[in-house]
Write a protein that binds this ligand. Structure first.
Ligand SMILES: NC(=O)c1ccc[n+]([C@@H]2O[C@H](COP(=O)([O-])OP(=O)(O)OC[C@H]3O[C@@H](n4cnc5c(N)ncnc54)[C@H](OP(=O)(O)O)[C@@H]3O)[C@@H](O)[C@H]2O)c1
Length: 253
């Protein structure tokens, strides 16, 4: 019998697209979520919680590959990843593919520190592993603007550029990695363009048919300084194909 690939966070922004890409590639998939869900052709559902460990042994049994896309968006990602690794080691030592962020070792943000530690846990897990770091998803950059929809101005980070990438590009690469041999730390993946936050805000306003002043704000702190230095960018790896403007145009259709 063919073994499914487990996708943690298979209901999330990235994970749901990874699940679809794997299914399109002819793979069977098992989705891990804290909520119950329905099983379909080639798609199993495993209910479990990486914070408590509940359901994780069952989720990791009978798989040769895990694509770990779940995140608690906090420092709890380290313990959650450890819990996943522990269960994987008890259940056949599958290939663990982990998605991380460009610059987790350069930008001193609390979430990035947790991602870096989670990467270290993966590398020292004794499991066969692959780690891909990417730049910010288009969805995240768009959210920095949509959260301000009731504000008379759009505030942006002065002096900060982003290189947003489409989750479909990332999911395509993760599908390749999950169906290939363990590859260790693979080259970073960045979006096709590096543009100022204010410039991206103007593209967002144009795409959503709004007129607002864009207000650059210079924030203090080491994390924002890390962003200003471009620690989260991958200028030599601008391999993503879908631009921010294309992403917004498709979304508004
Ligand atoms: N966003 C970016 O710009 C970006 C850039 C580079 C890398 N990444 C990385 O890509 C990954 C996916 O990000 P995303 O934006 O797609 O995340 P997301 O949309 O916030 O999805 C988070 C997923 O994690 C699952 N989850 C949360 N807590 C869980 C728990 N305790 N146990 C089991 N599952 C849990 C959720 O599933 P349920 O709610 O169904 O349980 C959900 O599917 C993350 O590792 C992130 O660090 C993100």
């Amino acid at each position: 019998m063919r073994k499914p690939i487990l996708v943690t966070g298979g209901t999330g922004t990235l994970g749901s697209v990874v699940v679809q890409r794997l299914l399109d590639a002819g793979q069977d998939v098992r989705v891990l979520s804290r909520r119950p869900g329905s099983t379909g052709t080639a798609r199993e559902w495993a209910t479990g919680d990486l914070r408590t460990g509940e359901g994780i042994d069952a989720a990791t049994s009978g798989v040769d590959v895990i694509v770990h896309c779940a995140t608690t968006l906090s420092s709890k990602d380290v313990a959650a990843t450890e819990r996943l690794i522990g269960a994987a080691r008890r259940n056949g030592e599958p290939h663990l593919v982990y998605i991380s962020i460009v610059g987790v070792d350069r930008v001193p943000l609390f979430y990035y520190r947790a991602k870096l530690e989670a990467e270290e846990r993966v590398m020292n897990s004794g499991l066969p592993w692959t780690i891909l770091r990417t730049t910010q998803f288009h969805d995240l950059v768009a959210r920095t603007f949509s959260l301000q929809r009731r504000s008379p101005v759009i505030a942006t980070l002065a002096g900060v550029k982003f290189q947003p990438i489409d989750v479909r590009d990332v999911a395509g690469r993760l599908t390749e990695l999950a169906t290939g041999a363990p590859a260790g730390r693979v080259p970073d993946m960045g979006g096709p363009e590096i543009r100022g936050h204010g410039d991206l805000a103007r593209t967002y306003l144009a795409a959503t048919g709004r007129r607002r002043p864009v207000l650059p704000i210079r924030l203090p702190g080491a994390a924002v300084a890390g962003y200003r230095r471009g620690g989260h960018l991958a200028p030599d790896q601008a391999v993503g194909r879908v631009t921010f403007a294309e992403f917004l145009a498709e979304r508004s259709r």
